[in-house]
Design a protein around this ligand. Sequence first.
Ligand SMILES: [Zn+2]
Ligand SMILES: [Zn+2]
Length: 89
Amino acid sequence: MEKQQAELRRDLEAHKQFKTSGTPDAELDQLKLLIRCSACNLRFKNTIIMKCCHVFCKECLDMRISTRQRKCPNCSDPFGVGDVKPIYL
Ligand SMILES: [Zn+2]
Ligand SMILES: [Zn+2]
C-alpha cells in the first residue's frame, strides 16, 4: 500500500515537471507568432486595417501609405489612410 502511494506521488511529480518545463515555451512561441507582424516578422502588431481587419505593425503600414502601396500585405485589399487605426492591447 505504501509502495503504491510512493509510486503515485512520483507519477504526479513527473507530470508536474512535464507541465512546467514543456508547455509554456511552446505556448509562448505560438503567442509570439500571433502577435508578431506578419509583414516584417520583426515588430509587434499594433495597428489594424479597419477594412479587412488584418493587423500589422505601424511601421509596415506607414511604409505602405508613404510609398502608395496601399494594399493589405495579407489579402491585398486596398485601404486608405483613414482605414488604419492603432489597437491597444
Ligand atoms: Zn511589420
Ligand atoms: Zn487584409
